[in-house]
Every structure is written in C-alpha cells, then in structure tokens.
Ligand binder design. Structure first.
Ligand code: AMP
Length: 380
C-alpha cells in the first residue's frame, strides 16, 4: 500500500518513469544498479544502492530494505531475483518470467509449446546447425544471439546459404536462434498488465515504426483491422496468463500481408512503445506496473485520445543541445527527457508524445506535426 518502498533493479529510463509514477501515489522508490548514482532512475529515487549485480550480499541488503522488487531490464541475472526472494521480498514479475524472456530460444519455445503463433525458428549451436536450419526454414533468415540482444544488436541477416559462415562469425559463434525472415507489412505491440489475482488490463494495439532497428515512432491506436486488433489483444492476454506474469509485459508482433499475427519478442516490463500511455491514458504503463506489483486494482488503461510518440536519440545532439522550443511550441506535445549526461548516436535520450484534440482524430496529421517538430530540434 502507499507508503511502502518499491525497489527496482536497473538505472535507466524505464526505472525513472516507474519512480515518477510511484511518487504521486505516495510510494517510496529505491534503485539498485552498478551505476545507480547520477542515473536516469537514480536521480528520481529516494535512495540508491550502487553495487554490482554479482554482489548478492548487497542484493540481499537492498531486498530487506524494500517491500517489493521489480526490474527495468530483463538481463538481471536469475540469481539476483532468487537472492531477493530468499530474504522474503517478492520479485514481480517472478524469476520464471525473467528466465523465459532472457533467452530468445526459451521464449520462442515457450510460445510454440503453448500454441501461440511465433516466427518460425531453429536452434543454432554450430555452423552445421545453422546450415540445417537454413535448409529447413528456407529463404532469407535472421540469425540472432539467444541472449543479450536488443535493438537489432547481435543479429545478422542471411540472404543466401553461402553467407552462413560469415553470419556465424558475425555473432561470435554464440548460442543462437535462426528465424525465418518475415516480410511483414506492420509491426505492432500490446502492453498489458496482470495483477496478483489474475486480473488483466491492456492499452490496446500500438503500431511501431523502426529506423535502423531502433524504435522511431509509436502510433495509437494502430492502423489495423478490428479482427487483428482483437486477436492481438487476446494473444497478449494469453501470454501473460500462461506465463503467470504478475507485472507488465509487452508482446511485439509482426503483421503479415494476409493479416496473420506472429509474435517476434516479449519484454517483461514496460516498453518503449507504451511511453505514449503516460500522456494518453488515465493509468500509464508505469502506473500499471506499480499497481500490478503492489497488488492494487489495475485502474483505467483505456486510450483517451489518439496519440503518437517519437523517440529522441542522441543523434539530435550532434551540434549541441537541441532547441526544445520547437516541440514545446506544439500545444498538444509533451516532452520527456531522461537526464542522461552523454548523448551518443543511437542512445535513447528522451521522447515526445503528441495527443489529439478529440477521440476521433486521424493519426496521420499528428504524426506529421510531431515529426516536423522533431526535425527542427537540432541546432544548425
Ligand atoms: P528484435 O531485436 O528481435 O526485436 O529485432 C529488431 C527488429 O529487427 C524488429 O523490430 C524487426 O524490424 C527486425 N526483425 C527482427 N526479426 C525479424 C524477422 N524474423 N523477420 C523480419 N524482420 C525482423
């Protein structure tokens, strides 16, 4: 209940936005990370512990001082979750969710075993596996490291079987998954939450446009048919229920030309595509995370108005601090900056969201206004 302390493993923007959602409800907020001090999450925390995740004694001390633990990135090792649980502090979502989501092969195997539609895949531990996988899946394919990949990192596209050896070398011969290349027409996501009692809440279907494998724009509601919308929501709810998630999880889908949905990836936490819920919903994805892990009623997650989010990457800083007035001058635009000290190309520094004036507005004019405002940000 309010007054209790939420502890988060990880120091990035997702932790920061959870902290910012926890404050109005009267929760206290603590951060554990190797770089917790002067970090996006650490800067909004009541207190931080700066220690390595391998320092399990520090993890246990942190866990004793908080009431519930969560994480803001999924590569927190399973033994961190186990150490916190061992001192009696609930970790939500639980270690079993981390275990499944940390590894693309485990994740896709779980989905396939539960009859959830997933990109065709093949396990790769050797060049021979890769060659057999290419024969079996046929056509172009994507080789991805099974663990520690994000935003297109640790991935190699293979157009011809002759490129197998090069792709295998490119990912440093790490345990991998080979996926059929899906010629999708759209990418969409569903961010959903599941409470301690199994209640579900979701934010509908969000459409995502990537640039260089990094999310660029998110559009809500997604421009999909009612059938695709209903199916995506039903599938996402099914994933959370079957995986017994207590917390928030994002399901990323490919939509094929014939409107089939294939699950590409799960993220067991709030997701970049759900950032627009901060400004477009009564209950944001971060408040939903808080409510689910604290066992509170889930709240109203309905999208109140169409909205579009644009990421602000470090590239915008190429000649100095961007001219913030360009987005601030858009009356329906909200600016979110994560307080990161160094702006590097490709680094997520912030985002901005534009919200429509009315609930029936089309998203295209909103997209155009937001993209134009962002384009005017860099100094000449
Ligand atoms: P991921 O890290 O798996 O989310 O991949 C990052 C992006 O690469 C996705 O959002 C897609 O745009 C693209 N991608 C990944 N896997 C595939 C695939 N099997 N077929 C087509 N595009 C893919």
């Amino acid at each position: 209940m309010p007054g209790a302390t939420i502890g988060v493993f990880g120091s990035g923007q997702l932790g920061r936005m959870l902290g910012l959602a926890a404050r109005p409800l009267g929760y206290r907020f603590a951060v554990f990370a190797p770089d917790a001090e002067h970090s996006p999450a650490g800067d909004v925390a009541d207190w931080v512990v700066q220690a390595e995740y391998a320092d399990l004694a520090a993890v246990r001390r942190f866990a004793r001082a908080i009431d519930v633990a969560t994480f803001e990135f999924e590569n927190v090792a399973a033994d961190v979750a186990a150490a916190a649980t061992a001192v009696g502090t609930p970790v939500r979502p639980g270690g079993h969710v981390l275990h499944a989501a940390q590894n693309r092969l485990r994740e896709k195997t779980f989905l396939a075993q539960n009859d959830l539609p997933v990109t065709p895949f093949w396990r790769v531990d050797s060049l021979a596996d890769l060659t057999r996988g290419l024969e079996t899946l046929g056509g172009p394919a994507v080789l991805k490291t099974a663990a520690f990949g994000y935003d297109g990192k640790g991935q190699a596209k293979i157009m011809q079987p002759a490129e197998a050896a090069q792709a295998w070398a490119e990912i440093n011969q790490a345990p991998a998954i080979l996926e059929a290349f899906v010629p999708f027409k759209q990418e969409v996501s569903v961010v959903a939450g599941r409470g301690l009692n199994g209640d579900l809440a979701h934010f509908g279907v969000i459409e995502n446009i990537h640039e260089n494998h990094i999310l660029d724009l998110s559009i809500a509601p997604a421009r999909v048919s009612d059938k695709v919308r209903q199916q995506a929501i039903a599938l996402a709810c099914d994933v959370l229920t079957k995986l017994e998630v207590v917390g928030v999880l994002c399901v990323e889908f490919f939509v094929t030309d014939d409107d089939q949905l294939l699950i590409n990836e799960l993220a067991p936490r709030p997701h970049n595509s759900g950032h627009l819920t901060i400004d477009a919903c009564l209950t944001s994805q971060f408040e939903l995370q808080l409510r689910t892990i604290c066992g509170l009623p889930l709240g109203n997650t309905e999208l109140l108005r169409p909205s579009v989010m644009a990421n602000l990457l470090g590239d915008l800083w190429h000649s100095g601090e961007p001219k913030w007035e360009t987005v601030l001058a858009e009356p329906n635009c909200k600016l979110h900056l994560y307080g990161k000290a160094a702006a590097r190309p490709g680094r997520k520094m912030g985002h901005c969201t534009i919200v429509a004036d009315e609930s029936t507005a089309a998203v295209e004019p909103l997209m155009a206004r937001l993209v134009q405002a962002r384009a005017r940000l860099p100094v000449a």
